[in-house]
Design a protein around this ligand. Structure first.
Ligand code: NAD
Length: 485
């Protein structure tokens, strides 16, 4: 039976006002398993109105009271973690071992952590400007924050946006991605009675149909988008009339640079399964999809990478044995296939991989209609090919040699993107030089893909700017007081 999920607007779970639905497809099998509201301008209006009505009350709550609500959300997530993980794996193709073992505990932790930041969100500074003059800053919420999220990690991204916004005293409207809205909408059902009505609203649908009216709405005070660079540009233009502050977490084409002095076995795993292939089948904004290898160890390193991917288990995202799942949708699968089909003509040579779809499974397998692509490594002559320049968003990486440190920096920075970079070396001095020289918002040395420790994650260049911290969800007001009499 096809399951139905509703929007969350003003504390109520509702279908789209126009009664339209979008099918949600299980990418492991290609079957529609659920439907989600195909919302439009009327739903956008209702969500903004609900968030605006709820804002004064939510903003006026003492921070400790807001924190209690966010802690209650964390508890609900923890109680329903297994169910939410299963929905995510079925709907999105993120593998169950990652969603159950990583995403969901992380999401519960994040709601708790945001609860702990409610006090800090309103903490300003004060200064003695003169003997009788006091200056101070107030940190105030913006009002209604719009969070637009992509399909590749729905619940963590929803939490980063909604949790930070609510902790700072804003109310929020979230627009999940049309390819994978089910987990966000099940989360919406679970928190409908936990948060005061209108504090968090979630409306599903297509970007142009419900995202665009939200972006243009005068009642939205700040926008945080995680998505592609092209959508970032569209949203920037559409939001210009009201000069809305934006945070744009966009795409990438991140270099992962392996020097001859590195621990090559660790680097081979770090450059392949960790950085690109497993987990989300390369559908990760900071995937290290351009692997640069010092020429003296090039052939040796390519063989080590081949060995590192040999154990990858491609299969149903719901199977705990699976280490790499499918691509999220038929459309994205076709896009990845298009890059693979064009690569040879441009001079790329497959080191391994390249097979996809039915070719990967025996006749009659339920997964033959799923959107699977095997881990694929393309050897390229230089950085000019389309597969080196455009974000593919699938399990596809390129590998190319470099001569020395300067050459590595030149190739690595030869991109408009600037999201992340990896460096593998045993030299501390080189680690620091490279970290300074690379055009990226986040640099990993001798590791890849690890986040945490409170380190900000924000891109530069075509990868956007800003992120979802609690402080970025507040604005500062300065006050100067003369103590008369
Ligand atoms: P996308 O840009 O197609 O869509 C992202 C969201 O924007 C979706 O909810 C979509 O419906 C919405 N949208 C599209 N057009 C819109 C419009 N005109 N107005 C308002 N909303 C609109 O991206 P995607 O394919 O869902 O996700 C993949 C992209 O996201 C990749 O480029 C990836 O690198 C990027 N991403 C970046 C980060 C980061 O932190 N930098 C994290 C994850 C994903």
């Amino acid at each position: 039976m096809v399951r139905e999920f509703g929007n969350l607007v003003g504390g109520k779970v509702l279908p789209a006002a126009g009664g339209a639905w979008l099918d949600s497809v299980n990418p492991s099998t290609g079957e529609a398993w659920a439907r989600v509201p195909r919302s439009g301008a009327v739903d956008a209006e209702a969500a903004v109105e609900a968030a605006r009505s709820a804002f004064p009350g939510w903003a006026a709550l003492p921070p400790a009271r807001r924190a209690m609500y966010l802690k209650a959300v964390a508890r609900v997530v923890a109680e329903h973690a297994a169910e939410l993980a299963e929905i995510e794996a079925r709907d999105n193709g993120r593998i169950i071992r990652d969603v159950a073992g990583g995403d969901l505990p992380g999401v519960a932790y994040m709601w708790d952590a945001f609860a702990g930041e409610c006090d800090a969100a309103v903490r300003g500074m004060s200064t003695q400007v003169g003997p009788t003059t006091v200056g101070l800053t107030r940190r105030e919420p913006y009002g209604v924050v719009l969070g637009i999220i992509p399909w590749n990690a729905p619940l963590p991204t929803l939490t980063a946006k909604a949790g930070a916004a609510l902790a700072a005293g804003n109310t929020a409207v979230i627009k999940p991605a049309e390819q994978a809205s089910a987990s966000s909408l099940r989360f919406a059902e679970l928190v409908a009675d936990v948060l005061p009505p209108g504090v968090l609203n979630i409306v599903a649908g297509l970007g142009e149909e419900v995202g665009d009216p939200l972006v243009r709405h005068a009642g939205i005070d700040r926008i945080s988008l995680t998505g592609s660079t092209a959508t970032g540009q569209v949203v920037t233009r559409a939001s210009a009339d009201h000069l809305k502050p934006l945070a744009l977490e966009l795409g990438g084409k991140s270099p992962n640079i392996v020097f001859a002095d590195a621990d090559l076995d660790a680097a081979a795993v770090g450059a392949t399964t960790t950085a690109v292939f497993t987990g989300n089948a390369g559908q990760v904004c900071y995937a290290g999809t351009r692997i640069l290898v010092e020429h003296s160890v090039f052939d040796d390193f390519v063989e080590r990478m081949r060995a590192a991917v040999a154990g990858v288990v491609l299969g149903d995202a719901l199977d705990p044995a699976t280490t790499m799942g499918p691509i999220v949708s038929a459309e994205q699968f076709a896009r990845v296939a298009g890059y693979l089909d064009g690569a040879a003509g441009e001079g790329a040579e497959a080191v391994f991989g390249g097979r996809r779809g039915a070719a990967l499974f025996p006749d009659g397998s339920p997964y033959a209609d799923g959107y699977f692509v095997e881990p694929t490594l393309l050897r390229v002559p230089d950085n000019t090919l389309r597969v080196c320049r455009e974000e593919i968003f699938g399990p596809v990486a390129v590998v190319m040699p470099f001569a020395d440190e300067d050459d590595a920096v030149r190739i690595a920075n030869d991109t408009g993107y600037g999201l992340a970079a990896g460096v593998w070396t045993q030299s501390l001095a080189r680690a620091h030089r490279m970290s300074a020289a690379l055009h990226a918002g986040f640099v990993w040395v001798n590791t890849y893909r690890r986040l945490g420790g409170g380190l900000p994650f924000a891109g530069i260049g075509d990868s956007g700017y800003g992120h979802d911290s609690v402080l970025e969800n507040t604005r500062e007001k300065s006050v100067m007081i003369e103590l008369l009499g």
